[in-house]
Design a protein around this ligand. Sequence first.
Ligand code: NDP
Length: 452
Amino acid sequence: MSEFDYDLFTIGAGSGGVAGSRRAASYGARVAIAESWRVGGTCVLRGCVPKKLLVYGTHFAHEIEDARGYGWTVEGALEWSKLIAAKDRETARLEGIYKNLLSGSKVETILGHAKIAGPNTVEVAGRRITAKYILIATGSKPQLPAIPGIEHAITSNEALDLPALPKRVAIVGGGYIAVEFAGIFRAAGAEVSVLIRGDRILRGFDGDVRDHLAAEMTKQGISISPGTRVARIDKAGDGLRVTTEAGATLGVDAVMYATGRIPNTDGLGLETVGVHLDKAGGIAVDEWRQTTAPGVYAVGDVTNRVQLTPVAIAEARGLAETLFNSNPIPNDHGDIPSAVFSQPPVGSVGLSQEDAERILGADGVDVYRATFRPMKHTLSGRDEKTMMKLVVESASGRVRGVHMVGADAPEIVQGLAIAVKAGLTKKDFDRTAAIHPTAAEEFVLMREKVKR
Ligand code: NDP
């Protein structure tokens, strides 16, 4: 008999925690998982999944408009509350599936807030439990600056559950969440103002992606205000008044903050065993997800490195392989593809032109870019352009970055991410036959380098 109650105790039943626990159990480990909210976590319940359902749901507005150019006589009106109810049914269904997956994998689920109480020891739901290893996978939560009136603001948590569509929305921030919700609210019919403190949206993305998406959002009537810092939010009649540091005011019905997410590290008893945080407030881990306390590991958003579900899942599965299958797999954060489900969406993998030039020097990088009106919009009449871009290392010909803004960009770039991860060259792209007529074919047809 083992000296511990469990081989692995996981805190947090989100994407990372569930994936790691199930993988560990599949190798015969005795596993328990604690969850203080709902099984499924941010991605399934108040992140990726419900967000994408609202993107699908609201994007019908564009489809209806586009259909008219193809001879359809269609009108449509969105009943926001029905969309939210349908989304809630789906997330509840998924929560049930996650619970079943855990029990089917023989992982014991314990509902309650778990806390580390000492070496190899956790307290949860009035129980004191011992485990050989502890995995912290508690995720992250929205971060809000402490300005007067911030209590009137909502975050993505509430935005996904709004009972009615606000007529005028101010969104503060210009990252993934801000541009995704700007698209959702705008397509649903709201007036949308995006307030960004910097000069451009989507910091970290390729400059052409940032500019192209901002231009497309603007064409749809979304107002993007650069260099805008909010000083305060006040109630004003039935709505809210946003006052900027420059003294400008904006009347709206809802203010949504999307200014980053911070790790959920409070109340976990980290200090009892010496789990340290890094400068950014995430749990400090090495490439093996080992924290500063022996036997305690952390994956996903709580480590505050790459806040993406598939990364958390890969980290957690890698840990289970390492601990329970004699198959050591360190974290691999190279060439992680990502998408922004804006309207139109972004797909991106590898280096931006700016990062490539910083690493390889301006002369070490070749850039290929195509901007065009997709065939669908020749008849729909929609004034929307697609942008595709390859960032190539001149010396080796290796494609170091693939970027796209346009319909289906996430689907297209997922496939091309394999090519980038595999280190394929521009020549490999060139000798690949096109599929015609598609938008994606441009990626194997680009011949002209962009002149500097
Ligand atoms: P991001 O880090 O993507 O963006 C934060 C934005 O808020 C930036 O525009 C930043 O501006 C701005 N900002 C930060 N602090 C302040 C402040 N005090 N006042 C005003 N503006 C501020 O965060 P999100 O909240 O959008 O998303 C969190 C993470 O969740 C993402 O980084 C991503 O990893 C993940 N996510 C992924 C999605 C996907 O894969 N599709 C979808 C949604 C979320 P600046 O640029 O000037 O720093």
